[in-house]
Design a protein around this ligand. Structure first.
Ligand code: PLP
Length: 424
């Protein structure tokens, strides 16, 4: 089926007389006739549900839809995008291991890797997504377990050369994990370019209505764990906490990674998405293809308006031919990039503050990628503790505004920006 049909119908096919809509299984636990039946579930000898901290049928239906959209073999929902990022890496790397990540990633992910996961004994090397071949090659170590990047980085809006990073990872026998939150599978399917695992903050476009925080991990099923068995003992040797099961043998290349993440990480950390939130997420997914198209059309018009305005100093939007990422966007995102634009005014930080006060349609919010147009001045919000020098060093200058263009009428958004520019 094509993406549009999967958005509406994927993941769940009701049988005769069953509900048309994905049912919300609002139950922590599940009943069995014998304790022998239950025992088989605990041994992973039979598939089924026993406790919603690990798995829930509503979640699995929605995860199956996202797996279909990405072209993967298995998927799981998590309580947030942060949980998805953490699980995706921690499922492969532990204390003493090393991970390579693009330096242009979401701030929350950077902090998770650079501070919290370092405390767990995992080392990280951050590489510029546009670094030279030598620099990328030099980042790999004996104990490197995976490479991590974002299709379109939030908020820097840098497009990753996915194929190049996939080739480098595979040459060293490790998988490439891609955060595909901003592009969504409507605009880019990283598996088609060599990525092995995809993660999402479903809080953004997938939900799309500011309703539910959530995340998702999808496995392409393409990475051959057994061919690199020494690097990934967690997948290729017996798990003593599951009666000696070897995930890659028992669940094969297509199922091992997600089964291990469910059986070990979800069991122990419990970062499961609430079934009610999975239901909201599914409502968002049903119109994802329509909304993404409108987000991109609107953002393109807004970016073009800003670029030609005399008070605007600079605009970053990979849909603009003048943008550094335009060529990569043409390759990986030919039908549109995303709805998020970064820009600055000639008056710098002070002008940004004055400008944002005047906006009426664009709301000030710490959010991106949903139906409502919203704007954030990171220097005054998420990056408030940094000095101007530190802001420039991390690529989020003091004048940078992140504008997330919604699905309202583009004329109204442009008119709002124009009146605020006039007012200052
Ligand atoms: C928001 C975001 C995250 C974190 O997701 P939460 O759902 O907020 O935990 C991760 N990656 C990207 C690209 C994001 O925009």
């Amino acid at each position: 089926m094509k993406k549009e049909t999967i958005c509406v119908q994927g993941g769940y096919t009701p049988k005769n007389g069953e509900p048309r809509m994905i049912p919300i299984i609002q139950s922590t636990t599940f009943k069995y006739d014998t304790s022998e039946d239950m025992g088989k579930l605990f041994d992973l000898e039979a598939s089924g549900y026993f406790y919603t901290r690990l798995q829930n049928p509503t979640n699995d239906m929605v995860a199956a839809k996202i797996a279909e959209l990405e072209g993967g073999t298995a998927a799981m929902l998590t309580s947030s995008g942060q949980a998805a990022s953490f699980f995706s890496v921690f499922n492969l790397a532990g204390a003493g291991d090393h991970v390579i990540a693009s330096s242009s990633i979401y701030g929350g992910t950077f902090n998770l890797f650079n501070v919290t996961m370092r405390r767990m004994g995992i080392e990280f090397t951050f590489v510029d997504p546009n670094c030279s071949e030598e620099e990328l090659e030099a980042a790999f170590q004996e104990n490197t377990k995976c490479v991590f990047g974002e299709t379109i980085a939030n908020p820097a809006l840098i497009v990753l050369d996915i194929e190049r990073f996939a080739n480098a990872a595979h040459a060293h026998g490790v998988p490439l994990i891609i955060d595909n939150t901003f592009a969504t599978p409507i605009n880019c399917r990283p598996f088609e370019w060599g990525a092995d695992i995809v993660i999402h903050s479903t809080t953004k476009y997938m939900d799309g209505h500011d309703a539910a925080v959530g995340g998702c991990i999808v496995d392409s099923g393409k990475f051959d764990w057994m061919a690199h068995a020494d690097k990934f003992p967690g997948l290729t040797t017996p798990d003593e906490s599951y009666h000696g099961i070897t995930y890659a043998e028992k669940f094969g290349q297509g199922g091992a990674y997600i089964t291990k993440a469910t059986a070990q990480l979800m069991r122990d950390f419990g970062a499961i998405q609430a079934p009610m939130n999975a239901f909201y997420l599914n409502l968002g997914l049903e119109s994802l293809h329509l909304r993404i198209q409108r987000h991109c059309e609107n953002a393109q018009r807004v970016a073009e308006f800003l670029e030609q305005h005399e008070q605007v100093a600079w605009v970053t939007y990979p849909g603009l031919p003048s943008d550094k990422g335009y060529e990569l966007a043409q390759k990986y995102l030919p039908n549109g990039t995303c709805g998020v634009i970064a820009f600055g005014l000639k008056g710098g930080r002070a002008a940004a503050e004055a400008f944002m006060k005047e906006l009426k349609v664009a709301m000030i919010a710490t959010h991106v990628a949903d139906a409502h147009t919203c704007i954030l001045h990171p220097a005054n919000a998420t990056h408030r503790q940094l000095s101007d020098e530190e802001l420039i060093a991390c690529g989020v200058g003091p004048d940078l505004m992140r504008l997330s263009v919604g699905i309202e009428n583009a004329d109204d958004i442009i008119e709002d920006l124009a009146q605020a520019l006039d007012a200052i």
